[in-house]
Design a protein around this ligand. Sequence first.
Ligand code: ADP
Length: 476
Amino acid sequence: MTKRIFRTVFFVAVSMFLASVALFMTVLYDYFSVVRQEELKVQTDLAARGVRDEGLTYLEGLETLDCRITWIGADGGVLYDSRSKAGEMENHLERREVREALEEGYGTAARSSFTLAERYLYSAKRLEDGTVLRLSAAQDSLPALFFGMFKPLCLIFAAAVCLSFFLASRLAKKIVEPLNGLDLDDPLASGAYEELSPLLGRLHAQQQEIGRQREELMRTSELRREFTANVSHELKTPLHTISGSAELLAEGMVRPEDVSVFSGRIYGEAKRMIRLVEDILRLSHLDEGAGDMEWEWVDLYALAEETAESFSLAAKEEGVAFLFAGEPAAVFGIRQLLQGILYNLCDNGVKYNLPGGCVSLEVGEAEGEAFLTVADTGIGIPAEHQERIFERFYRVDKSHSKEIGGTGLGLSIVKHAVSLHGAKLELLSTPGKGTKVSVRFPKKGEEEKDGDGRSVRGAQAVPGRRDHGSGKDHGL
Ligand code: ADP
């Protein structure tokens, strides 16, 4: 690049020099021609006065004239010439300056010699007696002038080439220097050229985007690692219990009356594992966007009624009352996922309740938006945990959750499903008093779908007015 800039600047400088010299010489030559012509006119006037007073004697007395004097008769015949014999000269009537002088009183002309090496300037004046007095002076032609000055011009040209060479190499270095000094890690900080701002801006934006993507990738792989570790840990505990109990049974080390206890333990742990694996599969299906699931108009009221029926017995066994109320509400969504939302929220309402407490499930429509609310009078969630309970495997009280068969994935599934429906999730909870979770679906006709028919509106979960849609729980 430096070489290219150098060549360009050098070529431009030398060309400019040559063009300037040519232009300058032409202008100067024209200027001196005009000046010389003016001088010739003054000299012609003076000579004309002399001829009028003294006639031919005046002309013959002139010795040191740097120009040629010709006296021409009214018929064009030459009466006197300072350089040739008058009688041998041809008729001058057709000469332009003579004709002009005869017609207008004064005439000028400029003619080049046959070889073009010289140029002659003519100035003619008509005298009172009708004759014409003409003065002519030789002048170098432009090419002759140029060749005459060839040596000094060559010297000037050589000096100009050297100067151009020096300036071009300095300029090229100066132009390239800021570009070499560009800090590609922080392009905007270098401030090289204003003209480069859009390019550097784009570079900066690109780098930021790459940085963001890298961070996102690192976060995702960190979450993936965490998730894998959690899954292995969650599976290891029941597997140990199962294998330990099964080993004791197989080796006949269990008393006959304890066999049911051990087999019950195996059964319980196996069920917990099945639930866990099912939840993991459900979650990874949601992570992939659940593109194979069918979108349809779902009667939320009917779906909630079914859920309430299936839960009322289990709730009764826990000493918890299950209440259901509401009115018809239609939601455009995926039936299975809506069922999942209802199931997990009601399940938590019952699981984290206190004997004598109650769970209320309500569905309906408000201001054109379908909603569902699950409220319980249970143990509640401390404020510092409310933000995190939507993360995978996050539990407020790990042992309590495990004891009651929790997988730690229920609310993650709820959050994902809500997000996929473009709905809003709100959580209000007071420790010791209870928890209320509400889901508000988009207004009818506002469901925005992508090419696969999925809702493309991001979920805005607002637990206790806090947004959980942008929590840590991104994918695996
Ligand atoms: P789990 O399978 O453990 O219930 P969730 O993802 O459903 O997993 O819930 C995460 C944690 O949030 C639970 O372990 C529990 O500590 C807390 N939690 C969820 N719902 C409630 C609720 N209604 N009342 C009190 N705590 C709750």
